[in-house]
Write a protein that binds this ligand. Structure first.
Ligand code: ZN
Length: 373
């Protein structure tokens, strides 16, 4: 895998690049739709491709519990199992263990937890996470790290930074000392932790950057901290992290968050927001957010977004979508999800075009001003 920087914006830290994997190339900045259980909720691989998805994310914790990583390995990895031929990134499982499962104990060795499904007991270590992700066959493997909550005190964050440093070395050693399972290259992305404490962020970056081969992630943000603190931390990371690696900001965010983060040198994103909000009736459009469940759309026969090429906007009215969601019709969930994912991917495409043609910073300022209105 390799990353080539194409163009850097003159006025901001925005840049475009190409990330080359054995399953194809990814143009950055990019958004990765989240395929929790091996599918992006309600969408087919073909629909994702049409929407412009170049890489999707799979959740190690969920796929390990159901259907199990050895079964997925037998199906040809997650690519074969889901029939998705483009790149895949898997997370380490850690974040779901911390947020969904019942935690028994965290030690320097790993995390003992009970499944949120049936209470069964499991123990994740860096080696276990690497082994599962090897079976899943993702192109990008995420390091096993500790992500403390946003209200954690200094000492808790410091302990998480120490463990994250210990565990990245173990992840690295495991991948270097054991044979690959699939025939394609898998690259490890280390994760910088440290909450919103500059001193700890710097320390964590120093400790994990040496393990970055082709990409590095900023973890531990968008977990409930203040927006200003999040962006201060992203700006700090922009100054510290090497320029020649793609930077992946985990779990972010709103369309405005994406634009502001790209301005601060971030190249890759994932978030459940476009699909989750779609199922709740919140649609992102070129003229702002729209809550389709609102009564005023009952007999609104206009289309959701004049500037969108998705199946919803090409074929159906607001009133029709509102009706489908109100009666829990599955087609409505599909249409809304497809629209929001298309919106996010088009936004990334627009940013790439603007960075490449030199018009990014005035465009980004206009976009953020409009978004706030
Ligand atoms: Zn649309």
């Amino acid at each position: 895998m390799n990353f080539t920087l194409l163009k850097s914006d003159k006025n901001t830290s925005a840049r475009t690049g190409i990330l080359q994997t054995d399953h194809g190339t990814i143009e950055t900045p990019i958004f990765m739709p989240v395929g929790t259980h091996g599918a992006v909720k309600t969408l087919s691989p073909q629909e994702l491709e049409t929407a412009g998805a170049q890489i999707i994310l799979g959740n190690t914790y969920h796929l390990y519990l159901r259907p199990g990583h050895t079964l997925i390995k037998d199906a040809g990895g997650l690519h074969g199992f889901a029939n998705w031929e483009n790149p895949i990134l898997t997370d380490s499982g850690g974040f779901q263990v911390f947020s969904l499962a019942t935690l028994n104990k965290i030690t320097d060795d790993g995390v003992e937890f009970r499944s949120h499904l049936n209470g069964s007991k499991h123990f994740f270590t860096p080696d276990v996470s690497m082994d599962i992700q090897r079976h899943l066959g993702s192109d990008i493997i995420m390091a096993f790290d500790e992500c403390p909550p946003s209200d954690a005190d200094f000492q808790t964050i410091e302990t998480a930074v120490k463990r994250t440093a210990k565990w990245i070395k173990q992840c690295w050693d495991y991948l270097k000392s054991t044979p690959p399972i699939h025939s394609w290259e898998q690259t490890l992305f280390p994760i910088v932790q440290g909450g919103v404490v500059p001193e700890l962020r710097k320390r964590s970056a120093e400790e994990v950057v040496p393990f970055a081969e082709c990409g590095i992630a900023i973890g531990g943000l968008a977990v409930g901290e203040e927006k200003n603190a999040m962006f201060d931390t992203i700006a700090l990371m922009d100054n510290i992290l090497p320029k020649d690696h793609p930077r992946y900001l985990m779990g972010v965010g709103t369309p405005a968050d994406l634009v502001e983060s790209v301005m601060n040198g971030v190249d890759m994103f994932d978030c459940v927001m476009p699909t989750r909000n779609a199922r709740n009736g919140q649609l992102f459009t070129s003229t702002g957010k729209l809550n389709i469940r609102n009564g005023k759309y009952k007999d609104d026969f206009s289309i959701v977004d004049e500037n969108c090429s998705c199946m919803l906007c090409q074929n159906h009215t607001r009133a029709y979508l509102r009706h489908l969601l109100n009666v829990n019709e599955i087609y409505g969930l599909r249409l809304a999800s497809l629209h929001n994912v298309t919106y996010y991917l088009n936004l990334m495409k627009e940013m790439r075009t603007r960075i490449n043609d030199g018009s990014f910073s005035p465009w980004a300022k206009r976009y953020l001003d409009n978004y706030k209105k």
